[in-house]
Design a protein around this ligand. Structure first.
Ligand SMILES: Nc1ncnc2c1ncn2[C@@H]1O[C@H](COP(=O)(O)OP(=O)(O)OP(=O)(O)O)[C@@H](O)[C@H]1O
Ligand SMILES: [Mg+2]
Length: 511
């Protein structure tokens, strides 16, 4: 597609990138105008992140040319070169240094200095404050260590960091996965402001509604190739998904009649009574029934993850009790929880979900080695067979022997899910299970969750996507500020009902 005024700001020509066994970019060519907001869409592993990493200098291309305002981006592009060209990026997996404070992260390697080369801390903090205020992130202290911030807060710091550079192209790789609606709106305002200043924005997301809201154009990738670049106006999500997958997709709504759960006291498999963490969670009580998929809705900050972690033994529970099938258990650590048959798929796969230095198949079998070893001897063939099963059912794009760190974001998530399915737990808490998963694979993850509940004891799903909750859950509990404030029964579960409940019962965003 040609650009609007014939002289593009950014031109990518015949770019190739080969990884061992995968052609991540296959002869990709495209052009972008100044002030254009382009979305990139594609299935997990399609090459989206690789393309933007080539631009930002995180990886180097094998061949092809990239021009920015007529200047050629060097073959061995580095993050510093890219920045000098005015290209800034916000990564899918955040890249902040946890031990440094907020201002230090924002101005890393570009700190304002006083005469004599001493860092001007006062100026640095004042400028960091300015950047954060632009994002209305007033609550973030520039002196706070990044490790003390929540995931969405860290993301805002990352955005502030990119904005602090006077950039001509800003790249966002799945920036909204951990933001609330309000924060997402604010980010979109920011994107519009950038656009009006003639900054070009490249926006990667699996969320179709966001893409239709914010982008001027959509580039669709599949298997490393650019399938097409089209104008957003006049497109619809069905057409886009067809381009992404090369096949048709059917959407099956969950119906109230589909719920086969018997809501009787003698059918309770997990009972949580009066759980408090001494901080924010207050007196949370709920039951999970046999073969049920129970959802937890709420805004970021509702403490759903904290409650899950307390039950799983990864967070504190100072009061309250947990019973499995009527038997009282105490999970002092995740190890205890796993022994008691409870699993927790973390929303934060990089920090605690996966072992990045291990291969895909090793990650999958790590929790339950018993099934694949005897007296220290590993049955390699058995491991491979198990992995291949999960690879097929969750559509993992990757090889058994590959390091998990070399997988695309969505494929890492699929490995994390497989790991817990293999663990043999009876109850599994899925925290944001489809974060980073492409639209086509989502339906498969839902199917996996339902099958898990049907074949084992029960599944619990925490999600900030109300459509996802409505599609996969039998019953939904709504949390707000550490309390369970509402219960939506199966005959009532719908996107609208959940949304309504979050907004009305959940009150305003948490402090
Ligand atoms: N460092 C690496 N070493 C080996 N293979 C890699 C490496 N980085 C990416 N790949 C492979 O390149 C392909 C493209 O990956 P990329 O991260 O660009 O996908 P993506 O479109 O961003 O997917 P997602 O939606 O899951 O984030 C994948 O098959 C991935 O496994
Ligand atoms: Mg990616």
């Amino acid at each position: 597609m040609s650009t609007q005024n014939g002289t593009p700001l950014l031109t990518i020509m015949h770019v190739n990138k080969q990884y061992p066994g995968v052609k991540a970019l296959d002869d990709v060519s495209l052009a972008m105008d100044a002030g254009e907001v382009m979305a990139i869409l594609g299935e997990n592993g399609a090459g989206k992140s690789t393309l933007v990493k080539v631009l930002s200098g995180a990886v180097s291309r094998d061949s092809g040319e990239i021009l920015l305002a007529g200047r050629s981006l060097p073959m061995y592009n580095t993050p510093l070169t890219a920045r000098a060209f005015g290209i800034a990026i916000i990564y899918q997996e955040l890249s902040l240094l946890l031990q440094l404070d907020v201002a230090e992260n924002i101005f890393l390697a570009r700190e304002p200095v006083l005469f004599g080369g001493v860092i001007d801390y006062r100026k640095m903090h004042a400028q960091a404050r300015e950047q954060l205020d632009k994002l209305e992130a007033y609550h973030i202290d520039t002196r706070a260590k990044v490790e003390t911030l929540s995931l969405p807060e860290r993301q805002l710091v990352e955005i502030a960091k990119a904005l602090a550079v006077d950039c001509r192209v800003i790249i966002m790789d799945e920036p909204t996965t951990s933001l609330t609606w309000e924060e997402t709106d604010r980010l979109f305002e920011m994107v519009r402001r950038l656009k009006s200043r003639n900054v070009t924005v490249i926006y990667i997301s699996h969320r179709m509604n966001e893409i239709f809201e914010i982008s001027d154009t959509i580039a669709v990738m599949r298997d490393g190739r650019l399938i097409d670049k089209v104008r957003t106006a006049g497109m619809d999500s069905v057409k886009i998904v067809e381009m992404m997958t090369g096949r048709l997709l059917e959407h099956k709504d969950r119906k109230a009649e589909d719920c086969k759960v018997a809501y009787r006291d003698d059918n309770i498999v997990l009972e949580v009574g009066g759980a408090s963490d001494g901080k924010k969670i207050e007196n949370a009580s709920f039951n999970v029934y046999a073969h049920e998929v129970l959802g937890f809705a709420g805004l970021v900050g509702a403490q759903r993850t904290e409650l899950a972690r307390a039950i799983f033994g990864a967070g504190k529970m100072v009061r309250g009790e947990v019973k499995i099938s009527g038997r009282r258990i105490r999970n002092r650590s995740p190890k205890d929880a796993i022994r008691n048959g409870i699993g927790y798929l973390s929303e934060n796969r990089k920090e605690e979900g996966l072992n990045l230095g291990m291969t895909l198949e090793e990650n999958v079998i790590i929790i339950d080695m018993g099934k694949v070893s005897r007296r220290g001897f590993l049955y390699r063939a058995k491991i491979r067979e198990i992995f291949d099963g999960f690879k097929a059912s969750t559509r993992i794009k990757g090889n058994a022997k590959q390091l998990v760190s070399s997988l695309s974001g969505g494929n890492q998530q699929k490995v994390a899910i497989s790991k817990w399915l293999h663990s043999g737990c009876g109850i599994l808490i899925f925290d944001e299970p489809t974060r980073g998963i492409d639209v086509a694979a989502k339906a498969e993850i839902f199917e996996i969750i339902r099958r898990f509940a049907a074949e084992r004891m029960a599944a619990v799903v925490i999600s900030s996507d109300v459509r996802e909750l409505a599609d996969v859950c039998d019953r939904v509990l709504v949390m707000s500020r550490g309390k369970i404030v509402h219960e939506i029964m199966p005959y009532d579960v719908s996107q609208e009902k959940i949304l309504h409940s979050i907004v009305n019962k959940g009150g305003k965003k948490n402090e």
